[in-house]
Design a binder for this molecule. Structure first.
Ligand code: PLP
Length: 425
């Protein structure tokens, strides 16, 4: 553990005014929740909004409601996504169906999606990973003809839009996450929103059965938010970053997560969400654009977002040329406190708890992304000097490694099996 300036990979600062508003929520519980609901209805231009305990709670509630409407079982999930997503699918007692991801856009492989979307599919999860927009209208067009719902996963993309339409308003129903490290945070929390009355009724029925968060749970979350605030500053972040038992940034598959209504303390912590979101998005986009310009001449693959989207770059993705090169950059980052992170350790196909069930669902591009992707921090706590140090580290590692593109046996085997799959024209 080195006491040096250390950047968190992702940070959504909250200040003492928000902490006070959290406590105000405790005194005026109903008004606080109602206000947030009204503000979100207005921002997204939707009729229905519900606040719950997390993004995965939101997703599992949505899936139960949709299953109640159509009885179908399969949920199409990107091959590379947060492990909370398959966790929520399994929690809702539905089955995960993997669709591969295009490494240049993070959007679905549309050929595969077209083949998969048959009458057994309940919904497709259109996921704006890292705040980068995907082509929801194209997914809606494909699914609409086949009675398949489109759920927008906006957990990492709150604040983005496609030609003025906020992410989350192009599918049938959407959810947000207010977890730590998301676009804005209240510790943990989630929201669901939809404009569809039939879905609205089904979710309202599910929501009515949810328990409230306990007072102890509310206060514990408030204290965690306060402690995180203190430690998230780059001058102090070396301390939590050096304590492995905190498991910071670790993603895991688990299905026994709480599904409750959002409590008024969390809703109070979100009181100034609009200004916090505007400020955070402006810095993330400016920082991402600056790094993309600096790395313009490097042999590194960055994402190519569609010109129609205002992506919000929760973090900036870079696809290194090999696993070794990625690991070298992550090592340098730990040594120098640069906040470069390797995101999810595998594609969904290779999550230990799902591996057997998903063994035939090859997603070689997603497996390759898991092996080679790094994300660079973009948040508002970065200085110009931090950005310059991060760019130099990327360039130095590429010069030193000089590694050509390589693939692991898993990726090669997946590619072979996919190429042998019968094609449906
Ligand atoms: C893409 C994506 N979907 C869903 C979730 C679940 O959100 P939460 O952590 O609030 O449960 C996350 C969380 O990291 C996520 O990144």
């Amino acid at each position: 553990m080195k006491a040096q300036r250390t950047l968190p990979p992702s940070a959504a600062p909250i200040d003492w005014r928000d902490l006070i508003q959290g406590l105000v929520g405790l005194v005026r519980p109903q008004t606080t929740i109602r206000q947030r609901e009204a503000e979100f209805r207005e921002y997204f231009g939707v009729k229905h909004v519900w606040f719950v305990s997390s993004g995965k709670a939101a997703l599992s509630l949505i899936l139960q409601a949709l299953h109640g409407l159509s009885g179908r079982q399969k949920v199409v999930v990107p091959g590379y996504t947060c492990f909370s997503v398959p966790s929520a699918v399994v929690r809702a007692q539905l089955s995960v169906a993997l669709c591969d991801v295009d490494p240049l856009s993070f959007d679905f492989d549309f050929d595969q999606l077209t083949q998969m979307t048959d009458s057994t599919v309940l919904c497709v999860l259109a996921t704006h990973l890292l705040g980068i927009g995907v082509d929801v209208p194209r997914i809606v067009k494909l699914c609409g003809q086949r009675g398949i719902f489109v759920v927008e996963d906006v957990a990492q993309a709150f604040g983005g839009d496609r030609e003025g339409r906020p992410f989350g308003t192009m599918g049938d129903v959407a959810f947000l996450s207010f977890g730590r490290g998301k676009n804005i945070t209240c510790g943990s929390g989630g929201a669901i929103f939809s404009n569809d009355d039939r879905i609205g009724e089904a979710i309202t029925r599910e929501y009515a059965q949810l328990p409230e968060e306990s007072v102890l749970g509310m206060l514990k979350n408030w204290l965690e938010v306060a402690a995180t605030q203190l430690l998230i500053n780059p001058s102090r972040y070396w301390l939590p970053a050096g304590l492995p038992f905190l498991k910071l940034g670790e993603t895991k598959f688990y299905t026994d997560f709480p599904v409750t209504r959002m409590d008024p303390v969390r809703a109070g912590l979100l009181r100034r969400w609009k200004e916090r979101l505007a400020r955070a998005t402006a810095s993330r986009v400016a920082h991402a654009e600056q790094v993309l310009r600096s790395l313009g001449s490097s042999p590194v693959q960055t994402i190519k977002p569609s010109g129609r989207d205002h992506s919000v770059y929760l973090r900036l993705p870079l696809l290194m040329r090999s696993k070794q090169e990625k690991e070298a950059l992550c090592r340098v980052s730990v040594e120098q406190g640069l906040g470069v992170s390797s995101m999810y350790p595998s594609s969904v196909q290779y999550i230990a708890e799902l591996r057997e069930k998903l063994s035939s669902q090859d997603v070689p591009q997603s497996t390759m992304i898991a092996e080679r992707l790094v994300t660079l921090p973009t948040h508002e706590l970065l200085s110009a000097r931090d950005l310059a140090r991060i760019c130099s580290a990327v360039q130095d590692v590429q010069r030193a490694e000089g590694v050509g593109t390589t693939c692991s046996p898993e990726v090669r085997e997946g590619q072979r099996r996919v190429s042998e799959r019968p094609r449906v024209s």
